[in-house]
Design a protein around this ligand. Structure first.
Ligand code: ATP
Length: 238
């Protein structure tokens, strides 16, 4: 069963028509990758889903409910969490304060908050050691971990993650690969935008390749991974 259905969306920035009849469907519990070269429209797709850039036409459905024209705070309350590109957080606030923002405004019981908190500290023990540190003073890798932890604290059913490995050292990329797989194994559905195409194909079940705001190819990741033509044509890896 699909948890997210995006059907023929057209999204604009002012007069610029960015997404052209773009469609995708994400199975509940799966890890789905959305890939394509710079400027292909990946971030715009995530923004169209959460409602920070509503499509002009087409529909977005989450668990069967039409959320096409929702505002971001509404989609968040329904159970969609986004970890944006460049790990946006509050650099002046401490790690603990940033984490608290993750569940603020959500209808979550105290018990569930402590359960989620324990879970994120198990994924990222470093954060527990650094609760009082200002987020802005942490390394890029630690900030990425904090951004993911904060996203998980809203107790999402669907996690949208935009280029989490960008700018990270290879050892951290490996750690992140492991964490994303574990989050997925916990049953959280993930839609992952990733420039590291090898990693995206490796950890995802299904992948969508988009270019110039349009669908190009999609299929099981292990099949697409072997297709050199896709890499040459749409991913500029050749
Ligand atoms: P990247 O990997 O570079 O982030 P992307 O696939 O995520 O690429 P988008 O960020 O969705 O691509 O951008 C798609 C197109 O929309 C690009 O041509 C970009 O220049 C344009 N664009 C993005 N944000 C805006 C904006 N706020 N106003 C106008 N145009 C924008």
């Amino acid at each position: 069963m699909s948890i997210l259905e995006v059907e023929n969306i057209n999204t604009y920035y002012g007069q610029s028509h960015i997404l052209h009849d773009l469609s995708l469907s994400v199975e509940e519990g799966s890890l789905c990758a959305l890939i394509g070269r710079n400027g292909a429209g990946k971030t715009t797709t995530l923004r169209s889903i959460i409602g920070s850039q509503n499509p002009k036409s087409g529909t977005v459905k989450f668990k069967g409910t039409d959320i096409t024209n929702n505002e971001p705070h509404e989609t968040s309350q329904l159970g969609i969490s986004i970890i944006p590109e460049h790990r946006r957080m509050f650099p002046e606030l401490t790690v603990e304060e940033n984490l608290r923002l993750g569940h603020m405004g959500q209808e979550i019981t105290e018990d569930r908050v402590s359960e989620l908190t324990n879970q994120v500290f198990e994924y990222f023990p470093r954060l527990e050691e650094r609760l009082d540190q200002q987020a802005g003073q942490m390394s890029g890798g630690e900030q990425q971990m904090l951004a993911i932890a904060r996203g998980l604290l809203s107790d999402p059913d669907l996690l949208l993650i935009d280029e989490p490995t960008e700018g990270l050292m290879p050892t951290l990329v490996e750690k992140l690969r492991d964490i994303l797989t574990r989050i997925s194994d916990e049953g959280i559905t993930i839609l992952l935008v990733e420039q590291n195409v090898e990693l995206a194909f490796d950890i995802s079940d299904h992948a969508y390749v988009i270019d110039e705001g349009e669908n190009r190819v999609d299929g099981p990741s292990e099949t697409l991974k072997e297709d050199e033509e896709i890499k040459d044509r749409y991913l500029a890896l050749g």
